[in-house]
Design a protein around this ligand. Sequence first.
Ligand SMILES: Cc1cc2nc3c(=O)[nH]c(=O)nc-3n(C[C@H](O)[C@H](O)[C@H](O)COP(=O)(O)OP(=O)(O)OC[C@H]3O[C@@H](n4cnc5c(N)ncnc54)[C@H](O)[C@@H]3O)c2cc1C
Length: 422
Amino acid sequence: MKPVAIIGGGWAGLACAVELADAGVPVTLFEAARQLGGRARRVDWDGIPIDNGQHLMVGAYRETLRLMARLGTSHLLEHRPLELMLPGFRLRLPRLPAPLNLVLGLLRAQGLSLKDKLAAARFMNTLKERAFRLPRDETVSALLRRHHQPAGLVDKLWAPLCIAALNTPVEQASAQVFCNVLRDSLAGERADSDLVMNRADLGRLFPRAATDYLTRHGATVHAARKVERIERRGGGFFLEGPDLVAERTVLATHPARLPRLLEHMPEAAPVIRQVAAYTWQPILTLWLRFAAPPAFPFPMLGLGGGHAPWAFEREDLAPGLVAIVVSAEGPHLEEDPETLRDAYLALLSRQLGALPPLLGWKTIVEKRATFACVPDMDRPDNATPVPGLYLAGDHTAGDYPATLEAAVRSGVKCARLIVKTG
Ligand SMILES: Cc1cc2nc3c(=O)[nH]c(=O)nc-3n(C[C@H](O)[C@H](O)[C@H](O)COP(=O)(O)OP(=O)(O)OC[C@H]3O[C@@H](n4cnc5c(N)ncnc54)[C@H](O)[C@@H]3O)c2cc1C
C-alpha cells in the first residue's frame, strides 16, 4: 500500500489515520498545533484540564462511538436518556422502545399545551411518512411555519434543538439537515436519542488515545508541524514545511485553511470555490470554578434567556467546575466578558438557587466553530479533482451538520476510499 500523508490532527484527520493504519496503510500525520484534537481539544486552565468548548454527543453518533470503543475510551462517556430542562419546560424521554419513548415523553412534557404536543407529534409523524426527505431545501423556520408549529413550541423545543445541533439560528438553518438529525436521533432507535456526555477532557477521550493507537500500529504523528502549502511534484505532492513528497495526501484541516494550502494547485480550484462560499458561526464557552459543586438536578440545564445558553456540570474535570455554552452568533458576543459572566451567573442561580463562591472563570470564543449550516450547501466530496489528493473534515459532503460525528464519518469514509483505490 502506498503511504499517505494526512494534514490536520482534528477528529477527522485522526479518524482517517486510525482507519488507514488498521488497513495496514503507512500513515504520517502533521498537525500545526502543539495539541491534537483541533476544534475538540483539551486546554489547560491553571493546571485544570478543560475543553476548548463544551461538547455534547448523542447515541446516533455511531461512527464516533464505534471509534471510542475501538480505542478503549467508551468508559469515559456517560449515556443518559434525552432530558431537556429549561425554565418553564421539561421533556424527558422514558426508557421505552422507540417511538413509544417519544410519544410518551411528549405527552408528559411540562410547559407545553396540549395543542403544542399534538402539533409536535403531527410534525414528527408527517416527516416520518416522508422518510425525512424534503422536496426542496428551505430554512428551518420556513419548514416549521409550513407545518403550523405554534410559537411556544418553536421557542421551547425546535429552536433550541436546531441551534444545538446545527449551530445555526432557525431563520438561516437548513431544514433538510435538521430533518436528517431528527431522523437519526428522535426518530431512530431508543438509544439513538440518548445524550452522550464526555466524562473526561476531550483530549483524553480521543486525540490522546488515537495517537497512542497510531504509534502502536506503526504510524507517525507529528504535532507542532505546520504544512504551509502543497503543490504537485513528480508523481506526488510536495508538502512545504515538513518538506517532503507524499504520493497520496489527505487535507483534514479546517475548511477555511484550504484556499491558502491549495493556492499553487490550479486543478483544485473547484474545491476552493466550494469552501469559499461557506460562512461561519461561533460558539462561546464560559468556564466557572466554584468553591463547592452547585447542585444540578441533571448534568445539562437550559438557562433560557437570550440565545439559550446551556450549563453543564463538569465535576469529572475538577470539583465545582461548570461550563456554560452559547451556540451561534448573537448579541452576547458584543458584551464585555465580565457583564456576560454576571448575566449567566444570574441565570444559573435562578435555576439552582444561591451559588457557592466563584473561585475563577474563563471565556473561550471559537469564532469559526462550525460552518453556518444553511440550505442547499454544496459540500465537496472526499475525492478531489486531483488524483491522489483527498479531503476529510466535518465540511465534506454528508448528511450531518458540522459535528464530531460528521468529522469522524468523513475521516473514516476518506480512508475507505483510499484503501479501495489501492
Ligand atoms: C466550541 C465548540 C463546540 C462544539 N460543540 C459540539 C458539540 O457539542 N457536538 C458536536 O458534535 N460537535 C461540536 N462542535 C463541532 C466539532 O468540534 C467539529 O465539527 C469537529 O471537531 C471538526 O473536526 P475536523 O477534524 O473536521 O476539523 P478541525 O477540528 O478544525 O481539525 C483541523 C486540524 O487541522 C489542523 N491544521 C490546520 N491547518 C494546518 C496546516 N496547515 N498544517 C497542519 N495542520 C493544520 C488544525 O490545527 C486542526 O487541528 C463544536 C465545535 C466547537 C469549536
